[in-house]
Each structure stands twice: as structure tokens, then as C-alpha cells.
Ligand binder design. Structure first.
Ligand code: ZN
Length: 293
């Protein structure tokens, strides 16, 4: 009988710095259903989807084994290890970073997985990554522009974003989905937001509001500015922040995803807004579209 030892160290990740290729050692293989297996490496360039806040989809790519076998990565999910058990993706009951857990990137492959202890190379589909990075950066900028455009809609002092505007995005966001070269964000305006002082009539003219957002985004792009992820450590569970050096000053947002390197890579970012009445309030959907130079 063989004893399977689960990893006790978080996966080291290189994608926050923009890497799309890495070489690592297989530290665990978890057999799954339907001929699939989850391959865990000591280090990876592959971005997994987060379980608790699944905004940016998983990278696409391949694992190349030391026998030159190429295995497509059919999915990449976040795994957590606790009390000798591995929980993958939707089974993971805690947020990434929870004390007492080990967090890993699980590369899901089909067919014979590589052996524990062997060396594999991860190659991420760089064109797909670039499209998601552009979408994710555009998503953050559009959320800041939305906060700015709604700054006059508050009748009481509210918590603010890093640019000093009332934090509509942080207070009302329900769901965020990054798409290639874009994002779809859903906000809920209910009793609690109104009690905090938000006047929902500010959403009565969504096209006018979108035009103000677009003008702000065009101004930020024209000013240029470096973008990077700052992090305390290379482990998957370490806190990371998106930092953007806008011409008007530095801004940052907690973020586990990937991004472009500079505002000047964008030709444009535009937003369209749709407002719907829902049970107990209103729902705002912001669809962001990015174009690169
Ligand atoms: Zn983010």
C-alpha cells in the first residue's frame, strides 16, 4: 500500500507578474471522474478560477511532461487542503487565504497524468490570457469611472474608493465576470444601499451616465500609466493588489487576476449600462468593452 501525501505548501504562482510559461515539479495527482485528474505543481504560470469570487475564467494551455507528452489543461481550479483532505473547485468550503489551509492550483487533465516527482512545463495560451487581462484591467477602470460618475448621487457620507469617490462598485456589486476584452458587472440597488444614502434616480438616464464613464475612461487612457500587481509573497494565498498609476494619482484594488502592463496599451474602453426593476429594488448591469492599440 502506498501512502499519498498531500502538499503542505501553497502553490507558487507566476501569473501575477505576467508569466505564461513555467516549469515545475508534480507534487500531487488526484484522480477524478471520467478519466480526469487534478495535477498539482510546486509552481505554475496558470491562473485558476477562484471559487469564492469567480470573476476571471481559468487560463487555457497545456502541460508538457518530461516524456514530451502534451496534455491539454481542460480546466484550472483552486484547491484547498485541510485535515488531510483535498477540496477542489466548487467543493472548497472556504475562501482562498483562510488560516490553517493550504491552497493549490489544480490543473485538470484528461488521460494518463504525469507522475508525482516528475518535471512538467506549463504553457498558457498567451492570446487568450492577453484578452482576459485586457478585460480585467478594463473592468477595474470602468468600476472606478462608475464610482466617479455616481459621486453626486449620494446624500450622506459613504465609504470611498482609492480615488476618493463613494464606493458604489464595492457596496453594490453582486457579480463580476471577465470576458475576452471585456467584462459584465451586475449591481444591486436595494433598501440597504438607499439607506446608506444612494439616490437611485441617478440611474434614470443610463446612456448619459455611460457617456460620462466613457469620457473619464478616455481621459485616463490618454494620460497613460503603469499597471502592476503588488503582492506580499509568491504563494497562491498571499494578498495581491492591482495598482494603476493614473496621471491623477495612484489607485489600487484587491485582485487575484491578471492585467495589462500600461494604460497606453488600450485604444479605448467603453461601457454600456442597463437598468432593470427587480424584487426589492433595481439592478444595474455594466458591460465593458476594451480595444487594444
Ligand atoms: Zn480584479
Amino acid at each position: 500500500m502506498t501512502t499519498v501525501t498531500l502538499p503542505t505548501i501553497d502553490t507558487l504562482i507566476t501569473y501575477p507578474d505576467g508569466a505564461t510559461r513555467s516549469t515545475g515539479t508534480v507534487v500531487h495527482v488526484e484522480p477524478g471522474e471520467g478519466g480526469r485528474a487534478a495535477v498539482i505543481l510546486d509552481v505554475t504560470a496558470c491562473h485558476p478560477v477562484d471559487t469564492a469570487w469567480p470573476d476571471q475564467p481559468a487560463d487555457r494551455g497545456t502541460l508538457t511532461t518530461d516524456a514530451a507528452e502534451v496534455l491539454p489543461i481542460v480546466d484550472a481550479v483552486t484547491g484547498g487542503i485541510h485535515d488531510g483532505r483535498l477540496f477542489l473547485g466548487a467543493e472548497l468550503p472556504v475562501r482562498n487565504g483562510t488560516e490553517g489551509w493550504t491552497f493549490v492550483v489544480a490543473h485538470i487533465v484528461e488521460g494518463a497524468p504525469p507522475a508525482v516527482g516528475s518535471t512538467v512545463t506549463v504553457d498558457v495560451d498567451a492570446a487568450h490570457r492577453l484578452a482576459l487581462s485586457a478585460g480585467h484591467t478594463a473592468c477595474h477602470l470602468a468600476s472606478l469611472a462608475l464610482d466617479a460618475a455616481l459621486a453626486d448621487a449620494w446624500t450622506k457620507p459613504a465609504p470611498t474608493d482609492t480615488l476618493g469617490h463613494p464606493a458604489f462598485d464595492a457596496l453594490a456589486i453582486q457579480r463580476s465576470r471577465i470576458t475576452p476584452f471585456g467584462a459584465v458587472d451586475t449591481y444591486r440597488i436595494g433598501t440597504s444601499l438607499r439607506r446608506k444614502g444612494f439616490d437611485a434616480t441617478a440611474l434614470d438616464a443610463p446612456d448619459e451616465l455611460a457617456a460620462r464613464i466613457d469620457a473619464q475612461l478616455a481621459e485616463w487612457i490618454a494620460g497613460g500609466g503603469a499597471i502592476r500587481i503588488e503582492r506580499e509573497a509568491s504563494s497562491l494565498s498571499a494578498r495581491r493588489r492591482w495598482v494603476c498609476e493614473l496621471a491623477s494619482g495612484r489607485t489600487d484594488i484587491p485582485c487575484g487576476g491578471t492585467h495589462l502592463g500600461d494604460l497606453n496599451e488600450f485604444a479605448s474602453i467603453t461601457a454600456s449600462l442597463a437598468v432593470a426593476d427587480v424584487e426589492g429594488g433595481r439592478e444595474l448591469t455594466m458591460t465593458t468593452t476594451a480595444r487594444l492599440r
